[in-house]
Structure formats: structure tokens, C-alpha cells
Design a protein around this ligand. Structure first.
Ligand code: F6P
Length: 343
């Protein structure tokens, strides 16, 4: 079989581990040939590819980023893009495409699959917002990096009796904010799923510090939203792929909290630091298991499906289900956490 592999969307730690697993499984177990397309769907539409084998993948397991490059290119938004993609795949004799991506890349995969392209999906994104999988590649590493940073903020906050606002990525969902906030003992976590009221946050912080307690950490997801009419945020810029470019809400939150509480506040924006560097052991294992399972799925002709983690097992779900909606932080989880830990 001739198998294609690509990585699309924002990069994350663990992509190389997934590519390596696809290549090793395909070549060692099935004697397949593997072609890598560069920069996600762009490489397929513009026919930019390279042959991949075990030797080319040596040493990539612990490396962050992606050896294939990535972009948010969507063939459905480019005139003639889909026809060119299909023609190029046929010309290369590709019998299966393993698309490693988040919501955008996998939605394009779902649409291409409807047009007969034999696609298997692998979920990745530090945001962990792909539906129907417990975890996506990259999330565990991002949380670990955030927790290490917040632990450091904690000690300096303690010395100065300050409030430290830490902004983390999370465009539409608050998984990174919630997990890192919980793991690092934050006093407040603001997620996009639950619009916040800063006067309530300020009251909560003021009470903590009145009790003689100090060092409050506020973790805010970049996509967190204030309750209507409570706070003005500057409009987000739009990038070349029509996505909002977020980042900066942490500064607004810190400034406002300082005014409301009289406490000294500082802000740290972690941004792309969360996406860079070496993957955690968990992400390397998850990526490897997903890569192996994706090649098995291709040989089972389970096209239009995505490999997914369910309670420890790697299973298959349809791309339709995986991309029908984002996996958001549920209200009950936020409430449980708020009730017990964020006081
Ligand atoms: O990878 C997903 C994500 O991390 C979002 O949380 C964030 O808004 C976005 O990527 C930023 O991506 P870029 O700046 O690379 O376009």
C-alpha cells in the first residue's frame, strides 16, 4: 500500500513521534511505502512531498515541532483546491492518507472523505478539544509546561504577596487552563466555557488576602470571555486563515484586578512556549499508539475514521462524530472544582 502522512494546524509536541510510528508500522509490519506531504493539506494541493522511511525518522521521537512542517491551509477555501488534492493523491498512487490534526485539519479530512479520499485521522492539539477522544497529542506536554511555569510564579508571588495572572492558550476551550490551574493550585481559573465577572474574582482575591493568605494565581485561557457588559476587550486580529489571533486578555485581567483589589498584580503570557519543545513521555506513547493504530485502520479500510483514546484503549470513531462539535469543559466539572479547590 502507498500511505501518505501529513500534519496540519498548529504544531504541538508529539507530532514527530506520530509520524515515526506511522512510518515504522507501515514499512515494518506491512511493507508499505510512505510519502510525507509538507505543511498539511497545502502539500497535497501543491504536490509538495518527500518519501519517508525508518532511516529518515531516526532521532525524531523526542523532538518537538513537526519534521513535515504544518499550516492551517484548507483545500476547501482555495479555488480548485479539492480537485488538485485528489488528482495529486491519485498521481502518487496513494491508497490511504493519515491526517494528523486538530479540528480544522480533521474537518477538511471529513469533507475529503465524503468525496472518496481514503483518510484516517489522528487527533492532535495542545487544546485537547477534539471530540470523542479522552486526550489529543500535545495536551499533556502543554499542561506540564504550564504547571512548571505556574509553580515558579508561585514562589515569586509568595515573596511579594502578589497576584500572578498566567495566560495560557485555549482559543475555544479551557482544558489547559483547568488542568494546569488544578495541578498548580491556582486560586482562580477563567475558561472560555464560563463567562466571568471580574468584580466577583476581585472580591474572592481580596478575601483571600485579607485572611493573611498570599500568593494568588489566576490562570486565564486566552479565549476566556467576560460576562456581557462587564469588561471591554480590544478586538482580536484576524490571521491569513481567517482565525482570530488571540493573546493578551491576561494583561487586561491583571490591570483590572489591580484596580479593583488594590493588590499588586503581574501578568505572564505563556503563549507558544506551551507548544514548543520536547514531548512528555505520555505524549510520546500516545502518539506512537495512535500512529500504529492509524496504519492498522488503513489496512482495515476503516476510512473516514479517527483513532481515539477511550479509557486507556485506542479505538476508532468516525470523523463525522469527531468533528461535529468541540469537546468543551463541562459545567459540572468547573463547578466541582470551584466548590472544592478554588476558595
Ligand atoms: O494549537 C491551538 C492553538 O494553540 C490555540 O490555542 C491558539 O489560539 C492557536 O493555536 C494559536 O496558533 P497560531 O498563533 O500558531 O496561529
Amino acid at each position: 500500500m502507498r500511505v501518505a502522512v501529513l500534519t496540519g494546524g498548529g504544531d504541538c509536541p508529539g507530532l514527530n513521534a506520530a509520524i515515526r510510528a506511522v512510518v515504522r508500522k507501515a514499512t515494518v509490519s506491512y511493507s508499505d511505502e510512505v510519502v510525507g506531504f509538507r505543511d498539511g493539506w497545502r502539500g497535497v494541493v501543491e504536490d509538495d512531498s518527500l518519501p519517508l522511511d525508518v532511516a529518515r525518522c531516526r532521532g525524531v521521537l523526542p523532538r518537538g515541532g513537526t519534521m513535515l512542517g504544518t499550516s492551517r491551509y484548507n483545500p476547501f477555501k482555495v479555488p480548485g483546491g479539492v480537485d488538485r488534492a485528489i488528482a495529486n493523491l491519485e498521481r502518487h498512487g496513494i491508497e490511504a492518507v493519515v491526517a494528523i490534526g486538530g479540528e480544522g485539519t480533521l474537518s477538511a479530512a471529513r469533507q475529503l472523505s465524503r468525496q472518496g479520499v481514503p483518510v484516517i485521522g489522528i487527533p492532535k492539539t495542545i487544546d485537547n478539544d477534539v471530540n470523542r477522544t479522552d486526550f489529543t497529542i500535545g495536551f499533556d506536554t502543554a499542561v506540564q509546561v504550564a504547571v512548571e511555569a505556574i509553580d515558579r510564579l508561585h514562589t515569586t508571588a509568595e515573596s511579594h504577596d502578589r497576584v500572578m495572572v498566567c495566560e495560557v492558550m485555549g482559543r475555544h476551550v479551557g482544558w489547559i487552563a483547568l488542568y494546569s490551574g488544578l495541578a498548580a493550585g491556582a486560586a482562580v481559573v477563567l475558561v472560555p466555557e464560563e463567562p466571568f465577572d471580574l468584580s466577583l474574582v476581585a472580591g474572592h482575591l481580596a478575601r483571600r488576602h485579607e485572611k493573611g493568605r498570599f500568593a494568588s494565581i489566576v490562570v486565564v485561557a486566552e479565549g476566556a470571555k467576560p460576562k456581557e457588559g462587564t469588561l471591554d476587550l480590544p478586538p482580536a486580529e484576524i490571521d491569513q486563515y481567517d482565525h482570530e489571533r488571540l493573546g493578551g486578555i491576561g494583561s487586561v485581567v491583571a490591570r483590572e484586578l489591580e484596580g479593583l483589589t488594590g493588590l499588586e498584580c503581574r501578568v505572564t503570557i505563556l503563549g507558544h512556549v506551551l507548544r514548543g519543545g520536547t514531548p512528555s513521555a505520555f505524549d510520546r506513547v500516545l502518539a506512537t499508539r495512535f500512529g500504529i493504530a492509524a496504519v492498522d485502520a488503513a489496512h482495515d479500510r476503516a476510512f473516514g475514521e479517527m483513532v481515539a483514546l477511550h479509557g486507556g484503549s485506542v479505538e476508532r470513531v468516525t470523523l463525522e462524530d469527531a468533528t461535529s462539535e468541540l469537546k468543551r469543559v463541562g459545567r459540572s466539572l468547573v463547578e466541582d472544582v470551584a466548590r472544592v479547590f478554588l476558595e
